[in-house]
Design a protein around this ligand. Sequence first.
Ligand SMILES: NC(=O)c1ccc[n+]([C@@H]2O[C@H](COP(=O)([O-])OP(=O)(O)OC[C@H]3O[C@@H](n4cnc5c(N)ncnc54)[C@H](O)[C@@H]3O)[C@@H](O)[C@H]2O)c1
Ligand SMILES: [Zn+2]
Length: 360
Amino acid sequence: MRTVKVPLGERSYSIVIGRRVADRLGRACVKLGFAPRCAVITDSQVGPRHSPRVLESLRRAGFDPILLTIPAGEPSKNLGQVEALYLALAQHQLERRSFVVALGGGVVGDVAGFVAGTYLRGIGLVQLPTTLLAQVDSSVGGKTGVNLPAGKNLVGVFHQPRLVLCDLATLDTLPEREFRAGVAEVIKYGIIRDAAFFTQIETDLERLLGREEAALGAFVARSCEIKAEVVARDETESGLRAILNFGHTIGHALEAISNYEQYLHGEAIAIGQVAAARLSARLAGLPEADVERIRTLFDRAGLPTEVRLAPEQKKKLLKAMQLDKKASGGRVKFVLAEAIGRVRWGVPVPEKAVLEALAA
Ligand SMILES: NC(=O)c1ccc[n+]([C@@H]2O[C@H](COP(=O)([O-])OP(=O)(O)OC[C@H]3O[C@@H](n4cnc5c(N)ncnc54)[C@H](O)[C@@H]3O)[C@@H](O)[C@H]2O)c1
Ligand SMILES: [Zn+2]
């Protein structure tokens, strides 16, 4: 078992990583001083598999949990779902010292986090992420929110969890494609912050893909450490936190123009990161050999690295990039790597260069 601290003053919390750490939930919540009434929010895929242990741990520690299940998938990230959850919390009489447990992937984490961040102006939140992506990324850092018909993640609040439990055993049931998508975020941490970590992924990739416990624990923990360090320095994204978006400007645009159907998020940002690496070689001094190392690693992880777009699609992609909320003042700004392990952010990039970088 490993513990990573997220140092945010009085809102500091721990991320606990290991097999079966979910069994500690009840006792940990006693220590956090929560009131007995609570809610476990999950989805229709995760609930049947993993909620019994979670509910049992809470009950054994004297809590009175209600289980609330939303349909699995991105369409559940909407305000209608949020309202239905508020009503259920009110019916179960949750109060100021009550808490919500988010048991699921990033969708459940974002919805349950938003509900916890706004119900009674904010009640306690414990994240129990069950996808690799959620364990290394979305459960840490306090961003929560839902989609509007006009776009993704347009409504939200910052609401830090009081605790994150990354139970590696929950990943046993995660479909292969979802697991590989999470690996794209793990590789991202190496590129943006830690060259030695990148090398370690190159060496141990097969052990990670085989979900070997020791490798998995080490990779999840180092990813969380890097995210925690970046978030602690820039909680609300006024600067440094932007580096977490390496590969995401193009990735988000690819997701948008394919109506969020063709690519998983991790797949879209794999293409985005390879393109960002090529742009980095042109504009930020990243050696060509390192572009190839990056491309090879995503390829070995079974992730896409290129996309061929028809002219009409190219236009749509550029427009989607402009709309991405990271573009301010109309100019699209990129995170680019100077070397593996070191990036700069806010770099303006000409549109032509973006299109050239998508398929080399
Ligand atoms: N808040 C943040 O900082 C942040 C960061 C990154 C992504 N996100 C958000 O996260 C979401 C994507 O998260 P995701 O990739 O985890 O997707 P997800 O939550 O939709 O989970 C993917 C699929 O796997 C299923 N699943 C989850 N855990 C499982 C398990 N252990 N066993 C079997 N099936 C399981 C889910 O039911 C779902 O069908 C997006 O909405 C994105 O916007 C948020
Ligand atoms: Zn991402």
